[in-house]
Design a protein around this ligand. Structure first.
Ligand SMILES: Nc1ncnc2c1ncn2[C@@H]1O[C@H](COP(=O)(O)OP(=O)(O)OP(=O)(O)O)[C@@H](O)[C@H]1O
Length: 358
């Protein structure tokens, strides 16, 4: 990152569609996170990188962002250097985030839906380790921020945040941070993948996979995806190992959901007791469900009262290994709504690994 006369230029990995120049330093810094050496010439403005998916929510994110920028600049511009980076396509947010952290950003803020947040979270890691500042002498870490402007905003829902970008800007302005957990999924060949919301397996993952093709219909895409997934669906026996214990067979699994947070699929409270600050997951298993069970019990899935329903179980876990009893190789795995591949997988949790601006 090059800084000259209060202007910030950040070089990013793929698309140089960054950046806004900021005016020179203000005389009055109010943010608690800006370090100021009073009596000396040196003081530090927070470096905020806004990772914006202009195509989020069918392009609405881009339009809302443009309208929001003048307010954002006026609210934060005195204390912070505001860098805007528009994503050019899937996975770009990962590259932008990694680069921003290496260059010493104070916060990377995901502007969009849960898909953009998921990519930004994955950008906090590389090669199985947290990404670090290039400057090994620097002690400050990069926080995660969120401006929920997408279709679902399921993570924000867990935190009880309204879908109001002005509230989100206030949280960023305050600069208060809280440590949150991140889920980690190891695949067969050892590569790691991260999630902040919910990872899920089998029917729900298949439904999410199909839903992603119908995003243009908004939240209706989840209903269409579910209907398509039910077509030729078979419940499956799975082998599960929890917290390094014994392998157990779990019969006729319809869907298995591992929650770091509570919601998925645009507001379904699937893991109602999950808490991203608890250091563990809530694992909810639906067994032997028929298509009509979903219709009859859908309202319970949405309001989080399904744990008392027959064939639904919940338990807490820090580590979960799951494999098929057979070898169909076709049990879908989804991570924060992104199709990841098929079983087997191992899920572990990284407690308090990211600081969230809250
Ligand atoms: N410029 C782009 N063009 C097309 N797709 C993009 C672009 N930038 C990012 N994406 C992809 O769009 C996906 C969805 O983004 P995002 O979550 O912001 O929108 P959404 O429509 O609200 O979806 P969600 O249901 O996840 O809330 C991301 O996972 C990302 O891979």
């Amino acid at each position: 990152m090059i800084i000259y006369q209060g202007v910030v230029v950040v070089a990013m990995a793929r698309n140089p569609s960054l950046i806004r120049a900021q005016p020179p330093m203000p005389s009055d810094l109010t943010s608690s996170d800006c370090s100021v050496l009073r009596g000396g010439a040196s003081f530090r403005r927070r470096e905020l990188i806004f990772v914006v998916n202009p195509r989020g929510a069918n392009g609405t994110t881009g339009q809302q962002w443009k309208k929001l920028l003048p307010y954002l600049r006026s609210r934060l511009g005195n204390d912070c250097n505001i860098c805007e980076s528009l994503t050019s396509g899937p996975s770009h947010a990962i590259d932008i985030t990694r680069e921003a952290i290496r260059e010493g950003a104070d916060a990377v803020i995901a502007v969009g839906g849960d898909g953009t947040l998921h990519e930004v979270v994955n950008g906090f890691f590389c090669g199985g380790k947290p990404v670090c500042n290039h400057d090994v002498n620097s002690s400050h870490s990069t926080a995660l921020g969120i401006i929920p402007l997408g279709t679902g905003s399921d993570f924000a829902r867990t935190l009880g945040w309204k879908n109001d970008p002005h509230d989100a800007i206030e949280r960023i302005a305050k600069g208060l941070k809280s440590k949150i957990d991140v889920g980690c999924i190891a695949g067969e060949i050892g590569e790691s993948h991260y999630f902040i919301n919910v990872a899920d397996i089998h029917l729900s993952a298949k439904a999410g996979y199909y839903a992603s093709r119908y995003k243009k219909f908004g939240n209706l895409c989840y209903v269409i995806g579910a209907l398509q997934a039910f077509f030729r669906h078979h419940n499956q026996d799975l082998r599960i190992k929890v917290d390094e214990g014994e392998w157990e067979v779990c019969s006729q699994v319809t869907a298995l959901c591992i929650g770091n947070a509570k919601y998925f699929g645009g507001g379904m409270k699937i893991t109602p007791n999950a808490n991203p600050s608890s250091g563990d997951y809530e694992m909810v298993i639906l067994q032997d469900f028929k298509w009509y069970d979903f219709i009859l019990k859908l309202h319970k899935l949405y309001n989080g009262t399904h744990l008392s329903v027959k064939n639904v179980s919940s338990r807490r876990a820090r580590s979960i290994e799951i494999e098929e009893t057979g070898s169909s190789g076709s049990i879908f795995v989804q991570s924060d709504g992104e199709f990841l591949g098929f079983l087997p997988r191992k899920f572990s949790i990284l407690p308090g690994v990211i600081e969230l601006l809250c």
